[in-house]
Ligand binder design. Sequence first.
Ligand code: SF4
Length: 350
Amino acid sequence: MSIVKVKVGEVILGDGVIKVQSMTKTPTSDVSGVLAEIEELKKEGCEIVRVGIPSEKEVYNFKKIVEKSTLPVVADIHFNYEIAIKAMEYGAQKIRINPGNLGGEEKFKKVLEVAKYYDVPVRIGVNAGSISLDILERNNYNFAEAMVESALKWVRFAEREKFYNIVVSVKHSDVHETVKAYRLLSGVIPYPLHVGITEAGPPPEGIYKSVIGIGSLLIDGIGDTIRVSLTGSSVEEVRVAYQILESLGLRLRHIQIISCPMCARKRVDVEKLVNEFRDKIRRSNLENIPLKVAIMGCEVNGPGEARQADIGIAPGLKYSLLFKKGKIIKKVPNDKAIDFLIEEIKKWKN
Ligand code: SF4
């Protein structure tokens, strides 16, 4: 958790709750398409959305998007500092730039002046592909160290300009380099960190890389907002982001299933039971309850595991034990166990 809190619209970065963000993939020229994508992202739980402004003529489309967006919008700009300034004038709630490719310190300074005027936070987003040659050489081509040096250079520059409304990222497509860079940076600066693996690739490989990279950092307590970058849909990025957070117990929004890997001792077909359970909670609209539900295969480990969950079943030869918060509440026939479980979850909801 950072020391400085940064406000992106009404969303706070650095308050201890990791925020989920994504980036639209619809061309910015297709304003209604981008807005529809933003609505889809919002439905999935996305809290901040980033929109790329690839050229000057897209700034007007960006303006229309910001005006109608129901999520805070971050303008993503490369190379052209004038676009960054325009985006802020047009209502961007945050901008993401890489000061290294903006065309020099003077231009970055102008961006900071406008950001200060409009009270817009700036993400200093350094990534491996844009580190200057001198920094790379000084760091013997160690990308993590070079990214950190580059980020610190611009952070210190902003601070000299008395600008502190900063978020920082140091992303690489390599998991090791990314994790190392954030670990080096964390604790050195007080600003919120935007964490992710850049260009992680298509699913499922990109998902594994993101889970390992982002997950490792979150376990260390590093990161205030996360973005999963996939060669795939932005909605999937948000789903994966929440799966990472839920797996770490950081933001529980859905039912989490604890189920055993089914060894030779199993009394029931656990896979079938889990599928039946999933189907039934989906049909009854019970998925979005932050509960840990255990579905085990036998009485050897089953009761123990089920006891640690909020609710769960552990089957015997004919009957299953239904546990709630560590207490046996019912003994039910195996073939009715899922239905009893669902009934208990419904009571929980009400
Ligand atoms: Fe095997 Fe029972 Fe453990 Fe499942 S709960 S893996 S069936 S011992």
